[in-house]
Write a protein that binds this ligand. Structure first.
Ligand SMILES: CC(C)(COP(=O)(O)OP(=O)(O)OC[C@H]1O[C@@H](n2cnc3c(N)ncnc32)[C@H](O)[C@@H]1OP(=O)(O)O)[C@@H](O)C(=O)NCCC(=O)NCCS
Length: 204
């Protein structure tokens, strides 16, 4: 269950509506080649991707157990949330059109805020692509969806994620109990970054 950032921003009605509009209408191919909004046709490939504990193990907000039914519900819920302008569930396809990863962006338009979760297929991990992909996605979320604040969490032992997030300039702000869909919790490192900080870092 994604939770909004600890820092609470208040968006004006027009800012919140612009964010909702962006989430509903954005061409996700602008994030990169092979990016698509997740649809029911992707369910079998998503089940295969997420059934691998090397992929899904570190992620707290996935449906469990991972099977055809739960992933179908998850995709449909995300489609409804996308229509409301409050989430984007994306798949990334490789050159063979196989699902090579996924990203879920949760958006709180009233707070001009977003959170990102995602994973890449096990055979693609640890090659430097994930860190680069994360940084690219953070910039896209700020500049294309228009939010002013992002928060992230990662398991205390998820060194790869922590390195990638620190390297992108996110500020550690203590820990957080991330709540899984079944109500159990996971202690997590917690970060925030504002759009202004991101722009300063990239001199935009
Ligand atoms: C997290 C994930 C997206 C990172 O992508 P990746 O391609 O595997 O990571 P990278 O190869 O870019 O490595 C990221 C950093 O970890 C380092 N790293 C890679 N493998 C490592 C290892 N086994 N031990 C310690 N550090 C490692 C890299 O050197 C890099 O650090 P640097 O930026 O200082 O060079 C990917 O591993 C993944 O999908 N993991 C499973 C799901 C997950 O954890 N999702 C994130 C939840 S918050």
């Amino acid at each position: 269950m994604s939770a909004p950032p600890k820092t609470v921003l208040h968006a004006s009605a027009s800012e919140a509506e612009a964010i909702r509009h962006a989430v509903r209408t954005v061409d996700v191919a602008t994030l990169g080649p092979g990016r698509e909004r997740a649809e029911l046709k992707h369910v079998p490939a998503l089940v295969a991707l997420l059934s691998d504990a090397r992929v899904s193990g570190p992620i707290y907000d996935l449906p469990r157990p991972i099977d055809e039914d739960s992933v179908t519900r998850w995709v449909v819920e995300n489609q409804a949330q996308a229509l409301a302008g409050e989430a984007l569930l994306l798949v990334s396809l490789d050159a063979d059109d196989a699902v090579a990863g996924y990203s879920r962006i949760t958006v709180w338009p009233e707070h001009s805020s977003a959170e990102l979760a995602g994973a890449v297929r096990a055979d693609l991990q640890g090659r430097g692509q994930g860190g680069v992909g994360m940084a690219h996605t953070f910039g896209w979320i700020f500049e294309t969806l228009g939010v002013r604040l992002m928060c992230l969490t990662a398991a205390l032992d998820n060194v790869r994620s922590q390195k990638g997030i620190d390297a992108a300039g996110f500020r550690r702000m203590g820990e957080r109990e991330a709540v899984r869909p079944d109500g159990t919790t996971r202690r997590s490192v917690y970060w925030e970054l504002t759009r202004d900080e991101w722009r300063q870092r990239h001199r935009l």
